[in-house]
Design a protein around this ligand. Sequence first.
Ligand code: SAM
Length: 401
Amino acid sequence: MGKSSKDKRDAYYRLAKEEGWRARSAYKLLQLDEEFNLFENVTRVVDLCAAPGSWSQVLSRVLIKGEKFGRAGWEQKQHDLRQYVLSGEKEPEKTAMEKTEHGGPVESTNQGNTTTGHTESSETVQQPKPENRSKREGVRIVAIDLQPMSPLEGVTTLRADITHPSTIPLMLTALDPSPSPSSTTPSSPVDLVISDGAPDVTGLHDLDIYVQSQLLWAALNLALCVLKLGGKFVAKIFRGKNVDLLFAQLKLVFDRVTVAKPRSSRASSIEAFVVCEGFCPPAGFKPSLEKPLGAGSTLPVPEGQSAQKEVKRTVRPDGAIELDLGDETDDEGEARWIAPFLACGDLSAYDSDATYKLPKDRVSLDPVQPPTAPPYKRALEMRKLAGGAYGKTKGQERKEG
Ligand code: SAM
């Protein structure tokens, strides 16, 4: 698909380039934050499966630069306008982004700088005024991905596999550069773990759902090792069969579990996000990646210990674990729990499934940060060596020679 047809189809893809985000996924996190106030009092965060880095960009801009988006940003804007009205001053000039239909070339006038068209990292586009910012102390952001990621201000990036146990010491060192040698948890746990992990989709529905659930499981186990009590975990899920069992398991370690669908996530996709709030592991629970949650009989309630939550577990002969959540079982007494579903993002926001008509003079922008080492790079090189899309056909070879 050509750049411009993708632009027409996907408003968020286009908007991301205009507003300087590395990927359209930034809007998913921003819309989740609008609904759940995810970044409130947050200073320490782990971003799993982070490349190319639009979620880390959101973290960097909110936590390090103190920018405000979503509801908080809107409220600040309203407040500023009221201040202008009260002081009798003229309303501040709107930036070109606010004036024009999204889709026109970006032109932003901020603090005297004028930027036209696409900027490498459009840090100059739509920057709130410094007085709108509230910087936070002691911020630590660690981003992990299999793929390399271009640097971002205030973000420590690690190239690692989140499903591999060796990733945990790397993550702990990145969180605490000088931990005690025997520590298996960070000295200051983190407030928030986010994971947008997705495997390369094969199109085989069940396989994709299976691989995705393995990533989610790995993300949860990493989160259990570093989250502080009351912390939050947000992760991408594919809503397949038996997803309610997953919700029930998450409900063992979090007070509130909600399934959220941001407006920027296509309605036609089975993607959604679990937003888990109020981390409250059962008493005596010790996280471990060697024996992760749910493996063998290592579920969080050790025999003979009192638990903060009453959870009965039975290990079946095939090794599968049945959970009994007490009151939270369904009519047939099965360990199922239906998580509330919430569509989030302002209703006036773009519809990610719609196609928008673009102005004739519109310029299509390049991506903000092309992938550093995309998996398809080798395939492209091989194709080039072979002399084009399908190499030379027999007919061409005969003609040439
Ligand atoms: N949140 C990112 C952003 O905003 O730019 C987009 C994430 S992208 C949808 C999914 C990422 O998951 C890919 O970069 C991929 O490399 C990563 N991933 C898949 N499996 C992984 C694994 N086992 N360990 C680490 N990262 C993984």
